[in-house]
Structures are given as structure tokens and as C-alpha cells.
Design a protein around this ligand. Structure first.
Ligand code: RP5
Length: 161
């Protein structure tokens, strides 16, 4: 996308790419410019700091962090910024993502991380778009259209034949 990114998506590892793909697919579908990078809280903490501390002045308004295990990438990111941070806990461990879920959702008071479902990458994209739509009426209309499409599928469903 050529427009400057409004959402920064961080992945704890390149191995997280497939689980996180629905996140940027959703943002692309909604016309939200994003940038996706691999930056690990424990393997490349300096890179995380650099990307997050420069984010606001680069026009980033929301940060999404997808990571598995107890890497607490989203919490590390939230420590470095007052931009809204959304965590996507990923199921890549013997604990099925419960470790990542708890390390994301149980943030101490004052440093919140909005946490979507385990492997909920698409919802992270939708939530980021909803935050941006607070000041973007066109985007709000595209989000409403997405909801309308979802409702139409339910209304058209025919079962029990
Ligand atoms: C987390 O641990 C990553 O997000 C990934 O899900 C998992 C494995 O990471 P690597 O061993 O590939 O760095 O940090």
C-alpha cells in the first residue's frame, strides 16, 4: 500500500506469519494502510523499542502484536507507547495458546492491552479499523458494510434440507 501506514503489525517470529495473515488481509479489505514487521520481545528487544518509539511520529495510530508462547510481545510494546495496543495470542505451543492469552490479557493496571481471541488475527484487524473509524467516516461506512455482509449471510442461510 502506498499511503503511509496507520497500523503497525508486529509478529514475534516469522513463523507466526500464516496465523497472522488474516489480520492484514482484513485491513487491506477495509482499505487501511498497514506495515507488518517481525520483531521479537526477547530476541530483538532493541528493534521492538525502535519500531514502537518511532511509531506515533510516523503516523501509526494502532499497534497490533501477534505472538505465541509467553513472549508477551504486546505487553512489551504497551510499555513503550500510549498508542492503543491489540494483542493476538497465537496457538503455537503445547499449551495451545493459553500461555500467550494469559500473558497478553492479564496486564497490570495502567498499561492495557486489548486482547482478541487465540488466533483471532482477523478480529484484531477489525478492531484496529474500528479505532481508526472514530475519526474516519468513510472507514466507518466500510465497517458497516462488512457487518451488513455478515448479516446477509446469516439471513440467507438455509439448513435442514
Ligand atoms: C514467540 O514464540 C513467537 O511469537 C513465536 O510464536 C514463538 C516462537 O518464536 P521463535 O522461536 O520462532 O523466535 O516469540
Amino acid at each position: 500500500m502506498s499511503e503511509s501506514p496507520k497500523v503497525l503489525i508486529l509478529l514475534g517470529s516469522a513463523s507466526d506469519e500464516e496465523l497472522m495473515r488474516p489480520c492484514w488481509e482484513q485491513l487491506r479489505e477495509l482499505g487501511v494502510p498497514y506495515e507488518a514487521r517481525v520483531a521479537s520481545a526477547h530476541r530483538t528487544p532493541d528493534l521492538v523499542r525502535e519500531l514502537v518509539s518511532s511509531a506515533r511520529k510516523r503516523g501509526i495510530q494502532v499497534i497490533i502484536a501477534g505472538a505465541g508462547m509467553a513472549a508477551h510481545l504486546a505487553g512489551a510494546v504497551a510499555a513503550l507507547t500510549t498508542l492503543p495496543v491489540i494483542a493476538v495470542p497465537l496457538a503455537g505451543s503445547p499449551l495451545g495458546g493459553l500461555d500467550a492469552l494469559l500473558s497478553s490479557v492479564q496486564m497490570p493496571p495502567g498499561v492495557p492491552v486489548a486482547t482478541v481471541a487465540i488466533n483471532g488475527a482477523r478480529n484484531a484487524g477489525v478492531l484496529a479499523a474500528q479505532i481508526l473509524a472514530l475519526s474516519d467516516e468513510d472507514l466507518a461506512s466500510r465497517l458497516q458494510a462488512l457487518r451488513d455482509t455478515q448479516a446477509a449471510k446469516i439471513l440467507a442461510a438455509r439448513i435442514g434440507n
